[in-house]
Design a binder for this molecule. Structure first.
Ligand code: NAD
Length: 438
């Protein structure tokens, strides 16, 4: 089966590589000539563990190609996946559908035979119908169907998530499209992974409802953490105590500096906006967005507390700036709020991140990049542990403290404990939702 994918970002590239590994013949298309050149050279333009090896394997097997030529990519393809970005539209929180609609028009202009136009991008309810109208208008003679196939992969674990998904969601309107989608995902059907087949609108809603629910779960524990700090409880113990209840589950109960990333912020905003449009306010989601902003602001106060009330004249080491470990993605990362606040307050900032430099160099002007945590900590007044890369999970705290001017630590991922920090010689330690000192 031949498949075309439009967009070679985190979702498009991972999908393309994994579909080719299923045995399909895949052509990935992007408008960005740099990305296509990089991919043709055999390099991966993003950091995603395991992607380079799997990509190379399938390129060598002749099942995976990269091009800017959509017409050639669609020749003989039975399905084309739209996997372009849907960022927040400036001003109103709505998902910006410019790229999706442009891709739909382009498909219509060059497609010649029956094809299923599959939207993998996260799009508001009603978008697949708009895609259908757009294609039909631009090429009234084209035989085609649309399908909604939202993606649930997590950056940093994307290949596993794609190959062993909790479920695949397929929204279709016709038997013919359902058959094509079944063929696309045949290896997963054969291995009994759940495939949820729905109408277009339900598939679109599932994606937003899932992300809003997860964002709410994180925000809930973050809010509980703030209260734990005041009442003398330990949020790690609380999360463990509630997470063992099967109805709650222990995932997504790690308190931290507020959610960021490429999906939760924009998808919660988009869901809130959809609710407003249909006069069904998404009050829980709206509150989640607000509380998350407060949680993020609260982090600055926490750091100020550990810096004696002012950042002025302080030198601060920030460990981890990507929005989570095992990715180079910086979209809406907490670091983009915290680092400018430190610099704006007069601090000198050193940053260390295993993969953050490529994107972060431009996004975090004025910081000094250093290659390891100990160098970053040298002569500093505060170390902020912001992203829980493995590299930062087993630091020699004594060595770290010894390097510092004033050994203070803000552990915003609760990796260490007040006891560890005290033993290592830290004079102050703060974390999330647990006792600190100093
Ligand atoms: P991205 O920004 O990394 O990649 C989008 C790519 O599409 C870019 O390379 C861009 O050049 C290309 N593109 C845009 N318009 C094009 C066109 N007309 N023709 C060819 N190429 C075009 O985006 P992403 O993170 O992969 O996200 C894509 C979609 O998947 C979004 O809707 C997102 O919400 C959703 N999603 C993302 C994740 C994630 O973890 N990143 C997870 C699930 C769902």
């Amino acid at each position: 089966m031949k498949i075309a994918i439009i967009g070679t970002g985190y979702v498009g590239l991972v999908s393309g590589v994994c579909f080719s590994d299923f045995g399909h013949n895949v052509v990935c298309v992007d408008k960005d000539s740099n990305k296509i050149d990089t991919l043709k050279r055999g390099d991966v333009p993003i950091y995603e563990p395991g992607l380079d090896t799997l990509m190379l394997k399938n390129v060598e097997a002749g099942r995976l190609n990269f091009t800017m030529d959509l017409e050639g990519a669609l020749d003989g393809a039975e399905a084309v996946f739209i996997a372009v970005g849907t960022p927040t539209r400036r001003g109103d929180g709505h998902a910006d559908l410019t790229y999706v609609m442009a891709a739909a028009e382009e498909i219509a202009t060059v497609a010649k035979n029956y094809i299923v136009v599959v939207t993998k991008s996260t799009v508001p309810v009603g978008t697949n119908r708009k895609v259908k109208q757009t294609v039909a208008k631009a090429n009234p003679n084209l035989e085609f169907d649309v399908a909604s196939n939202p993606e649930f992969l997590r950056e940093g674990a994307a290949i596993d998530d794609f190959m062993k998904p909790d479920r695949v969601v397929v929204g279709v309107q016709s038997e013919r499209a359902a058959e094509v989608m079944k063929e696309v995902y045949r290896p997963l059907y054969l291995r009994d992974f759940p495939v949820v087949t729905t109408g277009l609108e339900s598939a679109e809603m599932i994606k937003y409802a899932a992300n809003a629910f997860l964002a709410a779960k994180i925000t809930f524990i973050n809010e509980i953490a703030a209260l734990c700090e005041k009442v003398g409880a330990d949020v790690k113990q609380v999360a463990n105590g509630i997470g063992l209840d099967n109805r709650i589950g222990n995932k997504f109960l790690h308190a931290g500096p507020g959610f960021g990333g490429s999906c939760f912020p924009k998808d919660t905003r988009a869901l809130a906006r959809i609710g407003q449009e249909y006069a069904v306010p998404m009050q829980i989601t709206e509150t989640v967005i607000e509380v998350n902003e407060e949680i993020k602001r609260g982090m600055i106060d926490k750091l100020l507390g550990l810096c004696g009330g002012t950042f002025n004249g302080k030198t601060v080491a920030v460990l981890g700036v990507t929005f989570k470990p095992n990715t180079d993605d910086m979209r809406e990362a907490p670091a983009l709020t915290i680092v400018p606040a430190l610099i704006g307050g007069g601090a000198k900032v050193r940053v260390c991140d295993p993969q953050g430099y490529r994107e972060g160099a431009e996004l975090l002007p004025g910081v000094r990049w250093v290659e390891d945590a100990y160098k970053a900590a040298n002569n500093t007044d505060l170390v902020v542990l912001l992203t829980e890369w493995n590299e930062f999970r087993a630091l020699d705290l004594k060595r770290l403290a010894n390097k510092m001017n004033t050994p203070h630590m803000a552990d915003l991922r609760n990796i260490y404990s007040a006891r560890d920090a005290k033993r290592a010689g830290f004079a102050a330690y703060g974390s999330i939702g647990r006792g600190g000192f100093g």
